[in-house]
Design a protein around this ligand. Structure first.
Ligand code: ZN
Length: 273
């Protein structure tokens, strides 16, 4: 058999696979979490990510803290994401479950409930708790086993990674962008924050690893970077982009002040803490 013949069949096979792949719709997920009624930050994130995704997933805490609960609920409902509730969404619609909230968060929830239109309150009330499987990934707000658990430590991360039925689980609640990977019985912290002069940092997924990933918070980042945080997951190519975009923080602070929000909530937006 000549060299040319030997290479002919694999060449055709490769071409067919390429043709099939390029004919499939690609599947990129916009991953949103902890929008917290900050419409300005959400709009900045949607503008920056335009034409870069096909589906939206949202990890909860649509409302709470921010000044725009109806605007954010309307916008998310229009995006029709796969979505779970966060603890703030639950508290706004089940006031009897607010005992875990500190006075500042409680005041924000009470204000939010007064603002929300009945249709948005009903929509928030029917959001399911995590875990939810959508588009081949798992959505949780806190930990896999407990939606209120903050996953900061490797021990908590490992519990969620081992419990999840899929290799990629997205979580929120901490408002810290990044996450954890687990391979060959080794857990690693993933620190993927784009520098100040970059819009995103990309993580290449290892097919042998399992991941617990946090897109960060759109509306109230707490990891020291005040820019709105989100992620874009390109599952076909095994790449997760961790994004940060600037938005007009001052305009949000002004609306919060007019709504009588506590000073501490207004100020923290500028520091991302
Ligand atoms: Zn939150």
């Amino acid at each position: 058999m000549s060299g040319a013949t030997r290479h002919y069949i694999p060449g055709v096979a490769a071409f067919i696979i390429f043709a099939l792949r390029s004919g499939e719709p690609s599947m990129r997920l916009l991953v949103l979490s902890d929008v917290h009624a900050n419409a300005t930050a959400l709009e900045a994130a949607l503008a920056a990510s335009a034409n870069r995704w096909e589906q939206v997933i949202c990890l909860g805490d649509v409302i709470g803290y921010g000044p725009d609960p109806n605007e954010v609920a309307d916008r998310l409902r229009a995006l029709a994401p796969a979505i779970i509730r966060g603890n703030h969404d639950r508290a706004a619609t089940h006031p009897e479950e607010m005992e875990d909230f500190n006075p500042v968060a409680r005041k924000a929830i009470e204000w939010t409930r007064d603002q929300l239109r009945p249709d948005n309150l009903s929509w928030l009330a029917q959001l399911p708790p995590g875990p939810l499987e959508a588009h081949g990934v798992i959505l949780v707000h806190g930990a896999y086993q407990d939606e209120d658990q903050y996953v900061h430590s490797p021990a908590h991360a490992l519990d969620s990674i081992l419990a999840s039925p899929q290799p990629i689980t997205f979580f929120g609640h901490t408002h810290y962008q990044g996450g954890f990977s687990y391979r060959h019985e080794r857990l690693d912290l993933i620190h993927m924050r784009p520098p100040a002069d970059a819009s995103f940092a990309a993580l290449r997924l290892d097919a042998a690893a399992r991941y617990l990933l946090n897109p960060g918070s759109i509306g109230q980042p707490r990891d020291g970077d005040p820019r709105a945080a989100f992620a874009i997951a390109d599952l076909d190519h095994g790449i997760i982009e961790f994004w940060r975009v600037r938005y007009d923080i001052k305009s949000v602070q002004d609306r919060m002040a007019r709504a009588g929000a506590p000073e501490a909530l207004i100020e923290r937006l500028a520091f991302g803490r």
